[in-house]
Design a protein around this ligand. Structure first.
Ligand code: FES
Ligand SMILES: [Fe+2]
Length: 374
């Protein structure tokens, strides 16, 4: 039994090493010769473990928008690959990311989103202030050398970029903003910071997180998957790929709904998990999606919609367009996940319109292969 387990884990390591070698080789190809990732990268538990270690626990992960917690005391919880986080706006108005685990006996402090003057643990009512300092611990008077003031919830790195909240579990991570300066330049024509969140929904898709993310980052599929809903207004034939950088990729389309001077619609993917859409269609809306693994073949997809203040009242159902697009994307993505389990599934060639996927491949290789001898 033990031998079997050892040999299974050796096999798994060999599989992951082969996938990494393939990834590195793919990332070295020019766009004209580019291919998809190997099917195994979407179905390997070992590969996901590596992604969690080198991407999700070390990279800047978008957890939401600051306007979702506008007032001191507003909070929401977020699970980042098993790390329970509590995002709170404290008494000073600062947004902080804290551990959502009680310092007593590890109960989860909060679930969902809400507003509180203090953070009270549901287990034995230890109470923390909005900066995570312990303020009350009932029936602890006989505990020797126990001083609540010595105890506070651990904090994680947090950065706010154009109104998006990013958290990094790695205390030594390099800052996020410098790698996005080129994208910020491209976004100058669009109000992003000012947009107010109108809706967000979470769904679980039966697909590897990369498969769902890749679908969202390219618009090659728009004419195929959304022929009646999106393509008439944002046609695939108008896709223009702009040069990306190490931290993001970007492309534009032309909206048939907006006046010509304002018809440029922009889609950017901020690695590893955030895709944003901005444009002048539909009253200057902003949409975004995030992609988190729940397992090898299961992902949490969060979709948010925002609009400029004042435009909000004009929108009947702010999330309707996103819901419609998701309802069309999801079956195709889940079917591709089933397809790549086929014994004869191989890497496919990709179009120049899928340049974002090619750029993402290079990002993955840089994160996963650079410090290994593959
Ligand atoms: S676990 Fe939180 S008060 Fe006991
Ligand atoms: Fe789509």
């Amino acid at each position: 039994m033990y031998d079997e387990q050892v040999s299974e884990s050796q096999n798994r390591e060999a599989d992951v090493a082969a996938l990494l070698a393939e990834l590195k080789q793919q990332a070295s190809l020019p766009l004209e010769s580019a291919m998809t990732l190997a099917p195994g990268t979407y179905r390997s538990a070992g590969f996901l473990a590596l992604e969690i270690e080198h991407i999700f626990r070390r990279e800047w992960i978008c957890v939401g928008r600051i306007d979702e917690i506008p007032n001191p005391g507003d909070w929401f919880s977020f699970d980042l690959v098993g790390e329970p986080l509590l995002i709170v706006r404290n008494e000073q108005g600062e947004v902080r990311a804290m551990s959502n685990v009680c310092a007593h006996r590890w109960a989860r402090l909060k679930t969902g989103r809400g507003h509180a003057e203090q953070l009270r643990c549901p287990f034995h009512a230890w109470t923390y202030d909005l900066s995570g300092c312990l303020r009350g611990a009932p029936f602890m008077t006989k505990a020797k050398d126990f001083n609540p003031h010595d105890i506070r919830l651990p904090e994680f790195r947090l950065e706010i970029w154009l109104g998006f909240i990013f958290v990094n579990l790695d205390p030594d991570a390099t800052p996020l903003a410098p790698r996005l300066t080129g994208l910020e330049e491209q976004l100058k024509a669009y109000p992003v910071v000012e947009q107010k969140t109108l809706s967000h929904v979470s769904e679980t898709w039966d697909a590897n997180w990369k498969l769902a993310l890749e679908n969202a980052m390219e618009s090659y599929h728009v004419f195929g998957v959304h022929p009646k809903t999106l393509d008439p207004f944002l046609p695939t034939k108008t896709v223009t790929i702009l040069p990306g950088e190490a931290g993001y990729n970007i492309h534009t389309m032309k909206s048939t709904l907006a006046p010509k001077a304002k018809s440029t619609f922009l889609r950017a993917t901020i690695y590893p998990t955030l895709v944003i859409d901005v444009g002048h269609i539909d009253r200057m809306r902003l949409s975004w999606q995030t992609f988190m693994p729940l397992g090898v073949q299961s992902s949490c997809i969060r979709t948010g919609a925002a609009a400029m203040p004042g435009a909000a009242g004009l929108l009947k159902d702010p999330g309707e367009g996103n819901d419609m697009a998701n309802a069309e994307d999801r079956p195709v993505v889940e079917s591709a996940q089933r397809g790549l389990q086929a014994s004869r599934a191989r890497r496919g060639r990709i179009s120049h319109l899928e340049a974002p996927i090619w750029e993402f491949t290079r990002y993955l290789s840089a994160r996963l292969c650079s410090d290994r001898s593959v």
